[in-house]
Design a protein around this ligand. Structure first.
Ligand SMILES: Nc1ncnc2c1ncn2[C@@H]1O[C@H](COP(=O)(O)OP(=O)(O)O)[C@@H](O)[C@H]1O
Ligand SMILES: [Mg+2]
Length: 332
């Protein structure tokens, strides 16, 4: 059982400024995309991050990779806070923290050959003096990576548009592995793919994890996908983590009313259960994340809200073996 934290996120915030005015721009507020979250990603595990669209999942991944500079908080990778590094220091860290993106159509440069797309990270690290590699070695590495993700190396000189969605995501995965990273931050890597193709990519990612000892943060809004791939699952709502638990525990015994509602909305394959199960329909829409909140972020929509929830903010608290929840129903 992997339990050593490879990444620790501590009270991380990422607020995007809202500006007004055409010439003289002034700041009139902020979108609180990530609003104070803490969790760890353990070595060798897949931490699934789930929540409705707009709740801050992508921003979380980007803030961990330092693609967006966090507004506050720490991201500790292998014992070092990486939120205030110089460009060169950051480049070194990023060798170990690679991202895979949702849309394999938009994230691959259409004018580059597949071989160049996969080798580009290596070329960049050579250029900055962070990697010494013989020219021939790069070709060998690209061949190996292509075959490892299930693409023939004879396709090396082709362009992205010549491939299907699933194949393109394989190219994206090969590129993310080029520098032999320790962590992959996968932002909805299968959401744009057909269901039959999703399973292939998920299995490939599982195999690669085992073979290369990778650690994953895996983002999805599809609960079946998250359950299949995750060791533990973090549930996000409006910029906050509301519950974290081992995957099986979360599905069997969800504690937060938002987790309950999410799970109740997902279809169940067993028709008998599907017929009789109860759906929890949440009232209203996800509120706008531009308001500073001092009470429970889920208060407006919670079917089980209490008086206390209107005034106080529940902290994410350990309530059982490896199970944390931010809800006054379960904490004092
Ligand atoms: N670059 C940006 N500038 C301003 N607001 C942003 C930016 N990126 C995301 N947001 C806002 O932050 C919130 C969280 O977005 P995001 O992290 O993409 O959510 P998710 O990935 O869960 O769908 C949303 O309200 C979104 O509109
Ligand atoms: Mg997203």
């Amino acid at each position: 059982m992997p339990d050593k934290a490879l990444i620790e996120v501590k009270d991380l915030k990422l607020h995007f400024p809202i500006m007004e005015g055409l010439i003289f721009q002034r700041r009139i507020g902020a979108v609180r995309a990530v609003d104070g979250i803490s969790f760890s990603i353990r070595k060798g595990e897949t931490l699934g991050l789930v929540g409705e669209s707009g709740c801050g999942k992508s921003t979380t991944a980007r803030a961990i990779a330092q693609l967006h500079k966090p507004t506050a908080g720490e991201v500790i990778f292998e014992g070092t806070d990486i939120t205030n590094l110089t460009k060169n220091e950051l480049l070194k860290v990023r060798q170990n923290l690679q991202m895979v993106f949702q849309d394999p159509y938009a994230s691959l440069n259409p004018r580059m050959t597949v071989g160049n797309i996969i080798s580009e990270p290596i070329e960049i690290y050579i250029k900055y003096g962070l990697l010494k590699v013989e020219k021939g070695e790069i070709d060998t590495r690209v061949d190996h990576l292509m075959e490892r993700v299930g693409l023939s190396r004879y396709f090396k000189n082709r362009f992205p548009h010549e491939f299907s969605g699933g194949q393109r995501q394989r190219i994206g995965i090969a590129r993310s592995l080029a520098l032999n990273p320790k962590v992959i931050l996968a932002d909805e890597p299968v959401s744009a793919l057909d269901v039959s193709i999703q399973a292939q990519i998920l299995n490939l990612m599982k195999d690669l994890q085992e073979e290369l000892g990778l650690t994953y943060l895996f983002i999805a809004h599809d609960l079946a996908v998250i359950e299949f791939i995750s060791t533990r699952i973090a549930v996000m709502y409006l910029g906050k983590i509301v519950e974290i638990a081992p995957a099986s525990k979360l599905y069997k015994n969800p504690l937060h009313p938002y987790t309950e509602a999410l799970l109740s909305a997902a279809p169940v394959p067993d028709p008998q259960i599907e017929k009789t199960r109860k759906r929890i329909i949440l009232s209203g829409d996800v509120p706008s994340p531009d308001k500073k909140r001092t009470n429970c972020y889920f208060y407006d929509r919670c079917p089980k809200r209490m008086a206390k929830c209107k005034d106080e903010l529940p902290e994410l608290t350990e309530v059982g073996n490896d199970h944390q929840v931010a809800c006054f129903l379960h904490t004092a």
